[in-house]
Write a protein that binds this ligand. Structure first.
Ligand code: NI
Length: 245
């Protein structure tokens, strides 16, 4: 069930049998010359729609994340870490006040991880420092690090996966939006690799936006297989999260 298409009585009834919710979280940032700026939000959202079809309540996607290092490319938008932490805390607080206890953030962007984990630590610290035990279970899961997805990415792309504007994430977006496919060849075929620092350094080191990847290997057909693997990973991990005490 998608929260945005549900009514409040639907959610009241859902809460009688489950207190868990999935919150897709992504980013709005460049993904090389051929990847959509929404890639990191589209990927977890696409998988989360499959979770909704399995009966799990899915919140609206948090589409803007921590993307400071992409700001030298037009179209990229960032929240400061402190802003994103405030967003996560307010989303969790809103739903927790209504009885939700299990919050599963399905993440599409590596740059969000430290900030979202810090937001969780703030939520737990607030409870502890007020002398209460928090009953909230909070998890950040990356759609791209599940067991099935990692094995399939390796099988399909090997070392050409790279770490930004990867053929796996681009394939998944083209499965979701085949009309947005643009797989012209890129030069160099494989983007340079290395560590990232701030926004200006990023554009200097990685001029077309990719890091270590060959996204021209992407295809909607690969994206369909990646979707199935990512959904299986997410469903299994979410069920384990609900039952793990
Ligand atoms: Ni990405």
């Amino acid at each position: 069930m998608l929260l945005q298409r549900a009514t409040w009585p639907d959610v009241r009834d859902y809460l009688e049998h489950s207190q868990g919710i999935v919150i897709p979280i992504g980013s709005t940032e460049q993904h090389g010359p051929t990847g959509m700026i929404g890639t990191d939000a589209i990927c977890p959202e696409t998988i989360a729609v499959g979770m909704a079809e399995a009966g799990i309540l899915v919140a609206p996607t948090l589409s803007i994340g921590m993307a400071q290092h992409h700001l030298a490319f037009p179209g990229s938008i960032t929240l400061r870490p402190s802003t994103l932490m405030a967003v996560v805390r307010d989303v969790v607080g809103s739903l927790a006040s209504q009885g939700f206890t299990h919050f599963y953030f399905l993440n599409g962007h590596g740059g969000n991880i430290a900030t979202v984990q810090s937001a969780f630590a703030e939520i737990w610290a607030e409870a502890s420092l007020n002398g209460r035990a928090s009953s909230l279970k909070l998890k950040l899961a990356n759609w791209f690090t599940g067991q099935r997805i990692v094995a399939l990415s390796r099988e399909l792309f090997g070392e050409a996966e790279g770490s930004h504007a990867t053929p796996s994430e681009i394939s998944l977006t083209w499965h979701a939006y085949p009309d947005s496919m643009r797989n012209e060849p890129l030069t160099p075929k494989r983007a340079p690799n290395g560590p990232i620092r701030d926004a200006s350094d990023y554009r200097r080191q990685f001029p077309d936006g990719r890091i270590g990847s060959e996204p021209d290997l992407a295809s909607p057909a690969h994206g369909k297989r990646l979707y199935q693997a990512g959904l299986a990973d997410a469903l299994a991990d979410y069920q384990a999260f609900l039952t793990d005490h």
